[in-house]
Design a protein around this ligand. Structure first.
Ligand code: 26A
Length: 349
C-alpha cells in the first residue's frame, strides 16, 4: 500500500536485474567474444543474447539493478522512512519479484507497470579490474507507458512528490512519461533531475534528450557522458569545466531555479556549475571521498549511488556542496559492495 502522504522523491526508469560475473569468471576474453568495450553501457543486439546464459553458467551473481532504481534505493538509504517511490515496467515473472523485494528491503515503494508479454529486463555486467561493461536487454522495461503514470493512484503520487529523478536511459523508452513529470515540476516550481546515464544517450538519443533538458534543474553525468554530449552538440570542447558551464547555460523552462550541472570524474574532483539569473556561472570542483583502491569491490552503480546521495541531500534542503558530499559518501560505500548495493546494517552519514 502506498503511503497516504506520498513520497517526496519520485524516480522513473528501467527496472533491470543485473547478472554480474565476478573474479576469474569475468575477463577480457568474454568481452571480446561479445564485442564489448571494457567500460561501456549498451543496448543488447541479437549477437549479445547468449551473454546472459553464459554469465549464469559462469557463476554470475544476480543483483537488483536498473540505474535509477539503484539511485532510488541509495536515496532512501540516507532518508527517513517512506521517502522514495520508484516507477518502471517489469514482466510477470520471478525476476520482477526479486526486484520488488530488493526495493522493499531498502524501503523503496514501487509502482511497477507489469507487462504480460515481455520478461523483466536484464543487464549482463562484465567486470574487469575497476571497469564495468554493461549490456542491457530491456524487454519489459521497454514497455513502460504513459497511461500507467496517468492512472489516478499513480498520478496522485506524482502530484505529492517534490523532487523527480529520471534516469536518462528512460529516454530510449517513454519520453512522454518523462515530459509529464518534467512539466509537473516546472508548473509547480518543483525539482526535476536527470542523469545522462551513458554516452550513447547524447549520441543516439539527442532529440529525445534535447526535449527534456530545458526542464532540468539538476543534470548529472560523468566525464565520458559529458564529452559525448559536447560532441553531439558541436561544442568543440572536451574541457570538463567548460562543458559543465555550457550545460548550466542551456535554455531553461522554469526560471525560478538555477540550472546546476554536476559532472563526476571517478576519483578526480566533481565539477559543479551553477547558472545564475544574470547569465554568469559559478564553476567549482569538489573532491571525492577516496577510499583505498584495495577496498574497491566493483564500480558498478557508483554513479547511481552518487546521484542517490545527492538527491537525498536536495530532498532535505541541503546545499549543493553538502549534497555532493553526501553523494560521494554513498558512492564510496557502494563500490565496497558487490554491484549496485549498500551495506547493511546501515551506516550513517
Ligand atoms: C537502457 N539501458 C541500457 C539501461 C541500463 C541500465 N539501467 C537502465 N537502462 N543499462 C545498464 N543499466 C543499469 O546501470 C546500473 C549501473 O549504473 C544496470 O542495471 C546497473 O545496475
Amino acid at each position: 500500500m502506498a503511503s497516504a502522504q506520498g513520497y517526496p522523491l519520485l524516480c522513473l526508469e528501467n527496472p533491470i536485474l543485473d547478472i554480474q560475473a565476478v573474479g576469474l569468471f569475468s575477463d577480457k576474453a568474454l568481452l571480446d567474444k561479445y564485442g564489448l568495450k571494457d567500460n561501456d553501457a549498451i543496448l543488447a543486439e541479437e549477437k549479445h543474447m547468449g551473454l546472459y546464459d553464459e554469465l549464469l553458467g559462469r557463476n554470475a551473481k544476480i543483483i537488483a539493478g536498473g540505474a535509477a532504481q539503484n539511485t532510488a534505493r541509495g536515496a532512501q538509504y540516507m532518508l527517513p522512512d517512506n521517502s522514495v517511490v520508484y516507477i518502471g515496467c517489469v514482466g510477470h515473472d520471478k525476476n520482477a519479484e526479486t526486484l520488488k523485494e530488493a526495493c522493499e528491503k531498502a524501503g523503496v515503494h514501487t509502482e511497477y507497470r507489469v507487462d504480460d508479454v515481455q520478461p523483466t529486463g536484464k543487464c549482463g555486467v562484465v567486470i574487469t579490474g575497476h571497469n564495468r561493461s554493461m549490456c542491457t536487454h530491456l524487454a519489459a522495461a521497454n514497455e513502460y507507458k504513459i497511461e500507467h503514470l496517468k492512472q489516478p493512484h499513480v498520478w496522485s503520487l506524482v502530484e505529492k512528490a517534490q523532487v523527480y529523478y529520471v534516469g536518462g536511459y528512460h529516454l530510449t523508452v517513454c519520453v512522454p512519461a518523462i515530459l509529464a513529470l518534467a512539466e509537473e515540476a516546472a508548473a509547480k516550481n518543483k525539482i526535476f533531475m536527470l542523469s545522462l546515464s551513458a554516452p550513447f544517450i547524447p549520441q543516439f538519443f539527442k532529440d529525445q534528450l534535447d526535449s527534456v533538458t530545458p526542464y532540468t534543474d539538476y543534470i548529472f553525468c560523468n566525464e565520458t557522458e559529458a564529452r559525448a554530449f559536447s560532441d553531439s552538440h558541436g561544442w568543440d570542447t572536451h574541457d570538463i569545466h567548460e562543458i559543465a558551464k555550457k550545460l548550466s547555460q542551456l535554455p531553461k523552462k522554469n526560471s525560478s531555479r538555477p540550472r546546476v550541472a554536476i559532472i563526476t570524474q571517478g576519483t578526480l574532483p566533481t565539477v559543479i556549475a551553477v547558472g545564475k539569473a544574470s547569465g554568469e556561472v559559478d564553476v567549482t570542483a569538489f573532491p571525492v571521498r577516496e577510499i583505498p583502491k584495495s577496498d574497491i569491490v566493483d564500480t558498478n552503480g557508483a554513479g547511481d549511488a552518487f546521484a542517490g546521495g545527492f538527491a537525498a541531500g536536495i530532498v532535505q534542503n541541503k546545499s549543493v556542496h553538502e549534497s555532493v558530499d553526501m553523494g560521494s559518501w554513498l558512492a564510496s560505500l557502494s563500490i565496497q559492495e558487490l554491484g549496485p548495493s549498500f551495506p547493511f546494517p546501515k551506516k550513517t552519514y
